[in-house]
Design a protein around this ligand. Structure first.
Ligand code: SAH
Length: 346
């Protein structure tokens, strides 16, 4: 039986160096191949022209280079681009390029589908098939960087982990991808330009703090009342608000960094005075900003965006409590590229 070849991109630089030592070559060869795989984006051993033909053939015998393929691309009227990305095993995830005047942001996926059950999110309707590997996350960023240069004449400036999946449920691979994105051999991007968004997994938020990560954290709060939050995000029965609060305090204590709360205001769900008061109280625990996101309908009558007066109420009360608040308009709605709409429809 022939053994399945290993994906060479799952090897660290050290492991590549060891491989070359084990076949009697110089460890330095590992650095060269690593550069081809990560900085130069080679998908083919034959492209590695500073490696001897013999060695390339040896690599070919032992390894494959798995990589993503942009399967289809949709462009929105507002400049947003959505990529349907095909993985080596045929599964599809989506990633989005969001241009504004000053920046271009990549919104990337971390899992195929999602294991959480937020009732207002289209991705939650898909079963979680598997976690993405570090290279599959990295490749989404590279693809969007290319599109940013092509369509907007500038490199990618920011990355948000707000595509499909729950990044903290794929902790190891998400961190490994960020390591590559920020390293000089990868894209050399500053971690300050990266936001990881979580629905709020307390244990993993503490782990982020222990690991002293340098990127920013956003938490999809949507309600600071336990009963309400459980109704719209049923997993919150296990990951409760008191545990979330404790993990965020731990995060702040160990990293000195605040957090951004993402918040959608829905009609009849979290648009009352008591909802606002609970949020203001929650915001008192650690330094934070609130990002009010426009709701993107996903064919569910239970959820309707609250009216402007309700949103204004939130803004007035938060500002009075000196909590920075921004309202984020949706982008790319016409191509189902907005938050919570990624469901492999097109
Ligand atoms: N699982 C992570 C990241 C993916 S979702 C998280 O939950 O944070 C990215 C953001 O989109 C989250 O804040 C999520 O709550 C929000 N979202 C999901 N569905 C939405 C919808 N239909 N309209 C607007 N925002 C939505």
């Amino acid at each position: 039986m022939k053994l399945e070849k290993k994906d060479i991109r799952s090897l660290s630089k050290e492991e590549l160096r060891d491989f070359f030592t084990s076949i009697g070559d110089k460890p330095f060869r590992g650095n060269q191949v690593y550069e081809w795989l990560w900085s130069k984006g080679a998908h083919d051993f034959d492209k590695m022209t500073n490696i001897s033909i013999e060695t390339r053939a040896h690599l070919e015998e032992n390894f494959v280079i798995n990589h993503i393929e942009v399967d289809s691309l949709q462009r929105s009227e507002d400049g947003t681009v959505k990529n349907a990305v095909k993985l080596h095993d045929g599964l599809i995830v989506e990633s989005v390029l969001i241009p504004t005047k000053k920046r271009t942001t990549a919104c990337v996926s971390s899992q195929v589908g999602c294991s959480l059950d937020c009732k207002f999110c289209a991705t939650a309707r898909l079963k979680r098939m598997r976690n993405l590997n570090p290279d599959e996350i990295y490749d989404q960023v590279v693809a969007i960087d290319k599109e940013s240069r092509l369509y907007h004449n500038r490199p990618l400036s920011n990355i948000v982990f707000m595509g499909m999946g729950e990044p903290l449920m794929n902790y190891k691979n998400v961190l490994a991808s960020i390591e590559k994105i920020t390293s000089e051999e990868g894209l050399g991007m500053s971690p300050k330009r990266i936001v990881v968004s979580t629905s709020g997994v307390p244990k993993m938020i503490k782990k982020l703090a222990d690991d002293q990560v340098k990127f920013n954290l956003a938490v999809s709060l949507h309600s600071a009342i336990q009963e309400t939050r459980e109704q719209i995000m049923p997993f919150a029965k296990s990951f409760t608000l008191p545990d979330l609060k404790e993990s965020l305090e731990y995060w702040y204590e160990h990293t000195g960094k605040g957090v951004t709360y993402e918040y959608v205001v829905w009609d009849g769900i979290n648009d009352k005075e008591e909802d606002i008061n609970a949020l203001v109280q929650f915001c008192g625990y650690i330094p934070c900003k609130v990002n009010i996101i426009e709701y993107n309908p996903i064919n569910d009558e239970e959820f309707q965006q609250a009216n402007n007066a309700a949103i204004d109420n939130y803004i007035v009360k938060l500002e009075k409590a000196r909590i920075p608040v921004t309202v984020r308009r949706s982008r790319g709605k016409d191509i189902d590229a907005a938050c919570g709409q990624l469901a492999n429809k097109a």
